[in-house]
Design a protein around this ligand. Structure first.
Ligand SMILES: [Mg+2]
Length: 233
């Protein structure tokens, strides 16, 4: 990657990339959804990975008819997300998030790169991202981000993060390169949609081949792989 002389914005996904919260996010959103709609099973068949929080709630609403509202009821979605934030700290406190191997070293490495802004690019609403990363001890490492509370579409929220990163560098967005670090094909495709490169980290859910085939510029089995560091040189 010939980034040596160019401004760079790096956006890290949270769940499955930096940390696992052991399903705490799912527990909290299922509880919130059940309280607001009465539907406890609606989210069961939905794979949350790579989805924004708002899209998850909307998908749950689309699975059935509730006593209140449907998939286009924005106020109802807001209510579920507000309750989700009430449940999330307790769900996180049941078991501390685990930071994945190599994640801290990579963030430190990239943060030390000249003319580089390091932020988040995540489908989590911003307040939820803060809860998760505070619990993991990582929140202070990120100065800005694009969040699920900024845009429901993943590519659009990454673009928001890219613009904030460019502002952080006092550079025009068009003069910055962007790298997305993520763990799902959705991350890879959203990166491509905004003209960013993508470093993908494989998992049992989304193995090496799936990420490579989606078009990731580099796929690693974990972030401790030296190739992950070298990707930013
Ligand atoms: Mg993820």
């Amino acid at each position: 990657m010939s980034h040596a002389a160019s401004s760079l914005v790096v956006l890290f996904d949270i769940d499955g990339t930096l940390v696992t919260c052991h399903g705490a996010g799912r527990v909290a959103i299922v509880e919130a959804f059940a309280e607001v709609t009465g539907g406890r099973e609606a989210l069961e068949g939905i794979a949350f990975a790579g989805m924004t929080d708002r899209a998850i709630v909307r998908a749950g609403l689309a699975t059935g008819s509730w006593s209140r509202g449907g998939a286009d009821d924005e106020a109802l979605i807001d209510e579920v997300l507000a309750r989700y934030l009430m449940h999330l700290p307790r769900a996180l406190s049941d078991k501390a998030p685990r930071v994945f191997p190599g994640a801290v070293t990579l963030v430190q490495h990239v943060s030390g790169r000249p003319d580089t802004a390091v932020g988040l690019g995540t489908g989590n609403i911003a307040a939820g991202a803060k809860h998760k990363l505070l619990a993991a001890g990582l929140w202070q490492r990120f100065a800005f981000g694009g969040f699920g509370s900024d845009r429901e579409d993943r590519a659009a929220l990454l673009e928001v993060g890219a613009q904030r990163g460019a502002a952080h560098l006092s550079r025009p967005r068009r003069e910055t390169k962007v790298v997305i670090v993520g763990d799902t094909p959705k991350d890879v495709r959203a990166a491509q949609a905004i003209g960013a490169r993508c470093l993908a980290v494989a998992s049992p859910h989304y193995p090496f081949e799936a990420l490579r085939d989606a078009g990731a510029d580099l796929t690693v089995s974990d972030l401790a792989d030296p190739d992950a560091l070298a990707f930013f040189d």
